[in-house]
Design a protein around this ligand. Sequence first.
Ligand code: PMP
Length: 431
Amino acid sequence: MCSPLEARTVPAQMPPANALDYDYSSFFYSSSDDPFAILGPYNEWFDRAMPEGYYLFSQAMSTPPQGDIRLTEGLHQRQLRLVNLSSYNYLGLSARSEVIAAAKAALDAYGLGAAGSPILSGMMDIHVHLEEALARFKGKEAAMVFPTGYSTNVGLISGLMRAGDWVIADQNAHASIVDGAIMSKANVRFFRHNNPADLERKLKQTTGKKLVAIEGVYSMDGDVCPLPDLVAVAKKHGARIMLDEAHSAFVYGPNGRGIAELYGLENEVDIHIGTFSKALGGQGGYVAGSRHLYNYLKGFARSRVFSCALSPVVAAGVLKSLELAESEPQLRDQLWDNVRHIRGRFEEAGVDVGDSTSQIIPIMVRNDRRVFEICHKLLGAGVYLQPVIYPAVTKHRSRFRVSISAAHTREQLDEGAATLVRVLREERILL
Ligand code: PMP
């Protein structure tokens, strides 16, 4: 028996915390005046999380990001040959011989980098060709190329919106939309995911300049936005609409022009955004719209004005990817065949894929510890599926995200799906 006082005494040695008792949110603030004070606690956690296997990020790939890869696995640093279900590369173009040849030719013609901002010396004729080809493809007056998709949203929103204006974004909007809105100093409101009625409620609470920011396909859930209803609500309240088609451009719509084309609303959407890092297997982003918008952003999109132009090597590769995406619609057919095939495998096995109807298929685990453990098991079984946790998704919504490409073979899809289903059953995620 111990006295009540003894019972309340804190043990001298607290049991060691598990690395998973913490996540990024634990290390955002510190009470010190020294900005470096947070580095010690964070690295203490990091040094525990790594060997315990709870930090499976940035595992290095040594092949192109296609269906069959070699990867240095993060826990034991073993080189593994794996079926890859994690990369974007939706049309399988990242390592197409024509794309590689175009990039090599550009390397010979221009050297490695643009060596300047596009507003100064960094604009090369290959950038002009890419912007013109994109504008033609999107059926818009002009298209502007940025070094990344991230800097596209940041530059566009902070270039256009000002303090006192309103950015009304879907609650699942990508970090680049959120960061652009914060940087603009406009008021920011989020409406419930894919919910036009809530968008309307939020729009009614605002006055002045309004920009509604939505995505074609959402990157973590793979669901498509209800564009007609969102556009109708935005128009009714006099808001401009920006549509980020990072995951839908070049794959959706009769001609691959995206969700706006699919719904016949290309002229109703004011600003079309996309990236080259997904379907085209390259890097960079674009804004397509009016010539007036182009001219204005040229001066005011600071992420482009104050940053070196996209490498001409990448610009040439992306231009070739775009040509192939246009001239080979069968790549989209192949992608959608593959998506149907693996969805069929998941449905047979009773895997819950949420509201996904796209090439992005979430596999919900809802527990950070389990998602890392299962990731290890999958690596051992020959499948690469990257764990997705906070802050990429909200807490307790951790998951795997399957990404399908036109370049996956049936064998890779069958092997990947069968292994995933077996492991999910063994781990009691799937009953
Ligand atoms: N927008 C969305 C919707 C995205 O999902 C992403 C990347 N995942 C980006 C923008 C940023 O694109 P990038 O990776 O090409 O910079």
